[in-house]
Design a protein around this ligand. Structure first.
Ligand code: NDP
Length: 328
């Protein structure tokens, strides 16, 4: 495993990490979740990603039970939660980034994950109804109380992150040090262009990127239809299938996936490995959060680490010519 600094913070994070979205407490049984976490940990993964909203809190409960039973030293792994979408009903203050919800969601996550502190705590989306100062003060207080070690954002604009960092510097608060954006061969602009200036500031910005395989599109498995035993074949995820497969840009994206699969074939590797390795090749990516419904998928994707040295500037330029014209 390769370990990278999380931005300019002192935290060391595995370049490949593992997340629970739509799988834990939902798509897969708890024994499979356990096998996946153990396979990841045994391969050197030290970061497990979660959120209050994943399976309405159940993903955190499943992960917490596995962590508790694992016998792993708390110092050997990082675990996160994210707040914003809520997990209960939809009453006022049960969602969002107010001090009230951030503190309550943190306490709920600590209880479900059965840990004393969260290593990373993310604001899962920006909240237009809460001043950034209120959010920043609440996150700072949770850090001072020892309930959170580092805080960050997910899918905030560069302007919003910059504003939070500026305000924290001015007020001597712990600043957000990490952002969790989508990043893959079909979705690039925010990580590569919008955030470019933030990586170079004194506070800096680590990134833990999500959906490196675009929910599986970048495995090639959706090129000839939707397999029943896949994420987009799950009836409860029809909204995601429609989002990804009914967009007018989908045919062009699937054609690009075919061309990328051909490059992988010529390299003697698989498309998922190539797609994950391409994310790792970006030095501004601190960690690529993998998702998997089976251990074999995880093992395959972990093999991407060995491929990175083969991604020469010429090969990256060739990949760019296919990906850049279709990527968001
Ligand atoms: P991916 O884009 O890598 O999709 C993972 C899914 O693709 C798997 O569950 C599996 O689905 C399929 N897959 C993975 N590897 C293979 C393979 N080798 N061959 C065939 N199919 C494969 O990642 P996720 O979308 O799961 O995102 C990763 C993590 O990022 C999440 O768990 C979560 O922690 C985080 N995240 C954060 C978000 C945010 O807003 N901050 C949003 C979304 C995710 P299947 O077998 O069911 O088809």
């Amino acid at each position: 495993m390769l370990y990278r600094r999380l931005g300019r913070s002192g935290l060391k994070i595995s370049a490949l990490s593992f997340g629970a979205w739509v799988t834990f407490g939902k798509q897969i049984g708890d024994p499979v979740a356990r096998d996946l976490m153990h396979a990841a940990y045994d391969a050197g993964v030290n970061f497990f990603d979660n959120a209050e909203t994943y399976a309405d809190g159940q993903a955190e409960r499943v992960m917490g039970t596995i962590l508790k039973a694992s016998g792993w030293r708390r110092s050997s792994y990082l675990v996160s939660s994210k707040a914003y979408f809520g997990w209960e009903e939809d009453k006022p203050n049960q969602t969002g980034l107010s001090r009230k919800h951030l503190v309550e969601a943190c306490h709920d996550a600590l209880r479900r994950l059965q840990v004393d502190y969260l290593d990373l705590y993310y604001c899962h989306r920006p909240d237009p109804e809460v001043p950034i100062a209120e959010t920043a003060h609440a996150m700072h207080d949770l850090i001072v109380q020892g309930k959170v070690l580092y805080w960050g954002t997910s899918e905030w604009s560069a302007a919003q992150i910059g504003e939070a960092q500026r305000l924290c510097t001015e007020r001597h608060l712990h600043p957000p040090v990490v952002e969790q954006p989508q990043y893959n061969l079909l979705h690039r602009s925010r990580v590569e262009k919008e955030y470019a200036s933030l990586y170079r500031t004194p506070t800096g910005l680590g990134t833990t990127i999500w959906s490196p395989l675009a929910s599986g599109l970048l495995t090639g498995k959706y090129t000839a239809g939707v397999p029943a035993d896949s994420r987009l074949g799950d009836p409860s995820l029809a909204w995601l299938r429609d989002l990804l497969l009914k967009d007018p840009s989908t045919p062009r994206k699937l054609a690009a996936v075919g061309a990328l699969a051909e490059i992988a074939r010529q390299l003697g590797t698989s498309l998922p490995r190539l797609a994950v390795a391409w994310c790792l090749a970006n030095p501004n990516v601190s960690s690529v959060i993998l998702g998997a419904s089976r251990v074999a998928q995880l093992q395959e994707n972990l093999g991407a680490l060995d491929l990175v040295p083969q991604l020469t500037p010429e090969l990256l330029a060739q990949i760019d010519r296919i990906s850049a014209p279709v990527a968001a």
